[in-house]
Design a protein around this ligand. Structure first.
Ligand SMILES: NC(=O)c1ccc[n+]([C@@H]2O[C@H](COP(=O)([O-])OP(=O)(O)OC[C@H]3O[C@@H](n4cnc5c(N)ncnc54)[C@H](OP(=O)(O)O)[C@@H]3O)[C@@H](O)[C@H]2O)c1
Length: 369
């Protein structure tokens, strides 16, 4: 089969190789990939491990080709999407890929393979951040009226794919009035405002490009008579230091929670009342973080959570209660992975995912045995 490895960065180069179709392990599923999409980590990982020349794709949409001996939920030919186990062989930049059964879900008929390929990694990052770290109640829970309410939630970087999913999931929770979630405050850039508004999820949207985020958020909280105890920084990259805009918005007294997507900047000294955590999406299949951001016990719980959450998200997609992120399909299928990763590397991708259709790849048959 045809498979793409990321060979080098600056500029991004990929190489096509001829590989055997992989065989799934007992709890794995082999997917004939119809569409896949790129994530920032697909260039960030080679930047950390430059000697690695590997298939970095993780987002899979396609049909089930083979199942492991212990797989019970999927049958050959099922339309599915799923999250490949990061940094392991048999990723999604190929004609066939392997994913764990737990991070595979049935793709509803109203969701195309292209749209489906944008969902697995980013949606689960947002879900683990909100529900496993920031303790947002699950959308189907009910709270007795005497129980403490969740209150305000800040989602910083709502124009990113992860941030957008956080906003869409938070909306489902807010719709359950007993939980007392709100206001939801989204922070996004000028070019993402229309997209963020289209989710009809945020009570307030603040444009960080105006340079007055902290004052704007404080004004909103004052008007609402609320304190902010929970914030998700969906960007949190050391280049942008977005957390510097997040933590002054959080309440000064009592414990406050902030979750970040990027595990950088260990040197930052956080206020003593702040619980800072880093989301680690590998928890989706129960893997702990070797850097210590998620221990083994927590990761096992994240795995159980993601099994349920993927199925819940599929149901909401089917009912039209959440929608996939906007996307653009690049020409020439997997041959364009290098172009896509270069666009991500250069920070030129705004408000959309980059998708590749495997069948659009030229000369696929030359790689068949
Ligand atoms: N820890 C984990 O497990 C994990 C998992 C997934 C992703 N991540 C990380 O999370 C980050 C987001 O990933 P993604 O896939 O969502 O990326 P993405 O969709 O490519 O994000 C691009 C968007 O980020 C927004 N952005 C950039 N700089 C910003 C800033 N200073 N303030 C606010 N928004 C800003 C821009 O929105 P505007 O147009 O609004 O400016 C841009 O459209 C990446 O660094 C990724 O590596 C971590």
């Amino acid at each position: 089969m045809y498979e793409i490895c990321v060979q080098s960065l600056r500029p991004v180069k990929t190489v096509a190789i001829k590989s055997p179709i992989p065989t799934p392990g007992p709890n794995q599923v082999c997917i004939k990939v119809i569409a896949t999409s790129s994530n920032p980590k697909d260039w960030q990982v080679p930047a950390i491990f430059p000697e690695r020349c590997a298939n970095e794709g993780d987002d899979i949409a396609g049909v089930v080709h083979a199942v492991g001996a212990e797989v019970q939920e999927f049958r050959l030919g099922d339309r599915v999407a799923g999250f490949h186990r990061m940094l392991e062989p048999h990723g999604s930049y190929a004609e066939y890929a392997i994913e764990p059964e737990v991070s595979t879900f049935h793709l509803p008929p109203n969701i195309s393979f292209e749209a489906g390929s944008t969902i697995p990694l980013t949606a689960m990052t947002a879900a683990i951040a909100l529900f496993q770290h920031l303790m947002l109640p699950l959308p189907w829970q009910t709270l007795h009226e005497s129980m403490p309410k969740y209150g305000a939630l800040l989602i910083y970087g709502a124009g990113s794919a992860v941030g957008a999913w956080a906003l869409k999931l938070a909306k489902l929770v807010k719709e359950n009035k007993s939980l007392g979630v709100g206001p939801i405050i989204a922070v996004a850039g000028t070019s993402s405002l229309e997209l963020v508004e289209s989710f009809k999820a945020a009570d307030y949207i603040v444009d960080y490009k105006q340079g007055t985020v902290v004052a704007d958020v404080r004004k909103i909280l004052e008007k609402e008579g609320k304190e902010l105890r929970h914030a998700f920084d969906a960007i949190s990259h050391s280049d942008t230091k977005t957390w510097e805009n997040v933590f002054p918005c959080l309440a000064k007294k009592g414990t406050v929670w902030m979750n970040m997507t990027d595990p950088s900047e260990e040197s930052v000294v956080w206020p003593s009342n702040m619980v800072v955590s880093r989301v680690y999406v590998s928890g989706a299949y129960g893997e702990h973080d070797p850097d210590g951001y998620r221990n083994r016990e927590d990761a096992i719980l994240d795995g159980e959570f993601s099994y349920c959450m993927y199925r819940y998200i599929a149901r909401q997609l089917k009912q039209g209660r959440v929608t996939p992120h906007p996307y653009v399909v690049l020409e020439k299928g997997l041959e364009s992975v290098a172009k896509g990763l270069q666009l991500l590397y250069d920070g030129k991708v705004h408000g959309k995912k980059l998708v590749y259709r495997v069948a659009d790849t030229p000369h696929l048959e030359e790689y068949h045995v």
